[in-house]
Every structure is written in structure tokens, then in C-alpha cells.
Design a protein around this ligand. Structure first.
Ligand code: VGL
Ligand code: ZN
Length: 234
């Protein structure tokens, strides 16, 4: 039996093995864009808001990025004293929340302050062909987890218009953190009409009080497709 299968590709095996479900590989085309969210020193081990195993996304992202003609990188880019920092609210500690005019805001340790080493993209990111770096969260009184729309729900970063101008129809998301900036960006990509994929093993989450499971539930409900880097054709 083993000899019999030798030389057959995955598709043939799927045809022969009852119950085996193998998704066809997804091939990025000129209408596909990879959006790499916030792979910045603050979110990597040793950073002020380190995401567990955050550095492990870097080689995965470098590998898949080679297959994309369109790549966008994002940077969380806060003003000093930003409203999302716990240090900006007396008596508040990181990971507590506060009610702001646009809704509930999680308070974070100071991170990704404009022009600092912590705000720099990882030096191990190797995507020289990235066409755009978009910065977000620079409005002192409004956070922006999403690469598309600030937390007020209406101020655009311009990313959707950029992608549409470049005839992009499919958005593939990777980076940090799955349950905050990646999830909010994926939900907004859907709202803007893009077919949207989150590449799970190219992301890591923060997972505050069930936030990671909730993010996947919300994304799935919105029609975001959950894929693995191995599902993307080389
Ligand atoms: C992020 C918390 C605060 C993220 C940014 O990149 O997911 N999370 N700022
Ligand atoms: Zn931030």
C-alpha cells in the first residue's frame, strides 16, 4: 500500500483516502496583498508589550512574503502620553480599562512611541519589496488597533483606498497581535469588501481574558478565513 502511494501528490491521496479533506493551495495573485501588522520591537521578546513567542512569526512572514507582489507593513506609532497608555490615566494600571468617548479602551504599558527603537520594525523582517509602510495610532486621543480605521470607527488611515487603487481584492493578514491589531484589521478589511484571510501561524496573540478565542469567533462570523502558512502555494 505504501509503495502504491509513492509519487502521488496530496490531491491524489485525498481522492484515495476516504474522509481526507485537503484544501487546495491558495495562490497569491496580483489582486492579493499581504498586510504585515506591527512586527515591531515593543511587541517582540524583551519589548515593553512583548507578545509571547512574537519573534516566531518573523521567519514565517519572510517566507510567505516572497510570494506576494503587494506587501504592506504597519507600525503602531503612538505619541508620547498617548491615551492608550496606562501612564496617561492617574490611578490606572496596564491591562485595566477606561471609558473614552469612542468606547472602552484597554490601557497598555507605554509602547511604540514615535521614533523610538521600540517602535522600529524588527531588524529580522526581510521584505525589501514591501510597497507601503502605514502608521497608525498617532492621534493622541484615539487609539487605532486597525490598519484601516481608527478606534473612533470613522477616521480612515487611507489603507482601503490604497489597496483599491492597486486593484487588490484579497487581503492576507499576519503579525502581532492576533487578538488586537490583526483581528481589528481583518474585521475592517471585510467591512471594506476584501476577501480576507488571517494566516494563523504567522500571528501570535496577547490573550487577555479570553480575547484570543473571542477574536476568532468575531472574525469567523464576519467571514474572515482562518488559514495556515502551509495553505499558501510557494
Ligand atoms: C497592539 C495593543 C496595543 C497590537 C497595539 O499591535 O496588537 N496591541 N497596541
Ligand atoms: Zn498600541
Amino acid at each position: 500500500r505504501r509503495l502504491f502511494l509513492t509519487g502521488l501528490g496530496a490531491t491524489s491521496v485525498a481522492a484515495l483516502v476516504p474522509g481526507a479533506i485537503m484544501a487546495a493551495a491558495i495562490k497569491p495573485d496580483n489582486a492579493s496583498a499581504l498586510i504585515v501588522i506591527d512586527v515591531q520591537n515593543c511587541f517582540l521578546p524583551g519589548g515593553s508589550l512583548a507578545v509571547k513567542d512574537g519573534d516566531q512569526v518573523v521567519p514565517v512572514i519572510n517566507r510567505i512574503a516572497k510570494g506576494f507582489a503587494n506587501v504592506v507593513l504597519t507600525q503602531d506609532w503612538h505619541t508620547a502620553g498617548h491615551v492608550s497608555f496606562a501612564t496617561s490615566h492617574s490611578g490606572k494600571k496596564p491591562f485595566e480599562t477606561v471609558d473614552l468617548p469612542y468606547g472602552k479602551q484597554v490601557l497598555w504599558p507605554d509602547h511604540c512611541v514615535q521614533g523610538t527603537e521600540g517602535a522600529s520594525l524588527s531588524k529580522d523582517l526581510a521584505i525589501p519589496h514591501a510597497g507601503l509602510v502605514i502608521r497608525k495610532g498617532f492621534n493622541k486621543n484615539v487609539d487605532s488597533y486597525s490598519a484601516f480605521t481608527e478606534a473612533d470607527g470613522k477616521t480612515s488611515t487611507g489603507l482601503a483606498a490604497y489597496l483599491k487603487a492597486r486593484k487588490v481584492k484579497r487581503a492576507f493578514l499576519a503579525g502581532l497581535a492576533t487578538d488586537y491589531c490583526v483581528a481589528w484589521s481583518a474585521l475592517d478589511a471585510r467591512k471594506a469588501g476584501f476577501e480576507t484571510f488571517v494566516i494563523e501561524d504567522a500571528c501570535r496573540g496577547i490573550d487577555l481574558q479570553g480575547s484570543l478565542a473571542k477574536a476568532w469567533t468575531d472574525m469567523t462570523k464576519a467571514g474572515v478565513k482562518r488559514i495556515q502558512s502551509g495553505d499558501i502555494a510557494a
